[in-house]
Ligand binder design. Structure first.
Ligand code: 9J3
Ligand code: ZN
Length: 299
């Protein structure tokens, strides 16, 4: 908010009006969780804290089921991680692609880490480990279609609330998938690699995660131009990991987890309880080399 110059009495009356509005808002919100759930039908789980988004597991117990490559078309099968309980209704869903020459196992840590916060997560294999970003983007979309239309957990998913992630060429594929399907609600390339450096076509809120020491997909040639080319009007963020390399996203990493969870919750679930971890912009630290973005978020 921006207050223009005003007289003392005028300011006092403004503050009085603000106090009255705040009191009315408090009265409205007094029922607490009930009122919040009614306001946002997509939010899941208890109010988050720094500890809860940094934890190795969130509040939901997780089950998993493997999907054979022989049972699907358009991608290479994978593993679906999902909250075990059906008590909280449907969840948003995320498909995650590995990088060049890599398998599902290289991104498997994200399955239970994200699913335990209240998402259905599909870590996939690609048809060939040599598939390029364009193909990986198509495969992420085929995996989401399988997940929402044919999988054994399709009834647990809100098919309008989907996101994509991926490592390296899978991160390049993440950008390709979002470009192809603007209805996606969130995209997170992890040390992404793509020959296409410009993504003004994206309409999906995107968090680009790079690593300061990446010599395979250097941030100067990949993540930074990806981020810079996104529309100015888009909700977007650039997180550059400190003291990290191209393969940092292949092992459990609390910084990747906490900001990915916050981005997915904020944009797949519209859960503004997570805005506190994204805005104001996180400051450089032992784990963050640089963070850029727009605040407050607009969508
Ligand atoms: O998926 C990746 O790790 C992409 C980086 C790479 O090796 O590209 C060279 C063709
Ligand atoms: Zn482009």
């Amino acid at each position: 908010m921006h207050l223009t110059p005003t007289s003392r009495t005028h300011r006092r009356s403004l503050l009085g009006a603000a106090a009255a509005a705040a009191a009315a808002l408090c009265a409205t919100l007094l029922p607490g969780t009930q009122a919040q759930a009614a306001d946002n039908p997509y939010e899941r789980g208890p109010a988050p804290t720094v500890a809860s988004i940094e934890a190795s597991r969130g509040p939901y117990s997780v089950s998993d089921t493997s999907v054979s490559s022989l049972a699907v078309t358009g991608f290479g099968g994978g593993t679906i991680y999902y909250p075990t309980s059906t008590a909280d209704g449907t969840f948003g869903a995320v498909a995650i692609s590995p990088g060049f020459t890599a398998y599902e196992s290289s991104i498997a840590w994200l399955g239970p880490r994200l699913a335990s916060q209240g998402f259905v997560v599909f870590t996939i294999d690609t048809n060939s480990i040599y598939d390029q970003p364009g193909s990986r983007g198509d495969q992420l979309l085929a995996a989401l279609d399988y997940l929402t239309q044919r999988s054994s957990v399709r009834g647990r998913i809100d098919s309008t609330r989907l996101g994509v992630m991926g490592h390296s060429m899978g991160g390049g594929g993440t950008l390709e998938a979002a470009k192809e399907r603007p209805s996606l609600q969130a995209a997170i390339p992890l040390t992404g690699w793509n020959t296409d450096k410009t993504w003004p076509e994206l309409r999906t809120p995107t968090m680009v995660i790079g690593a300061d020491g990446d010599t395979v997909a250097s941030v100067s040639s990949h993540s930074e131009p990806f981020y810079q080319s996104l529309p100015a009007s888009l909700d977007k963020a650039y997180l550059e990991l400190n003291n990290a390399n191209h393969f940092t996203p292949n092992s459990s990493n609390t910084t990747i987890a906490k900001y990915s969870i916050s981005w997915l919750k904020r944009f797949i679930d519209n859960d503004t309880r997570y805005e506190q971890f994204l805005c104001p912009l996180p400051r450089p630290s032992l784990t963050i080399e640089e963070y850029r973005g727009n605040c407050p978020h607009t969508s």
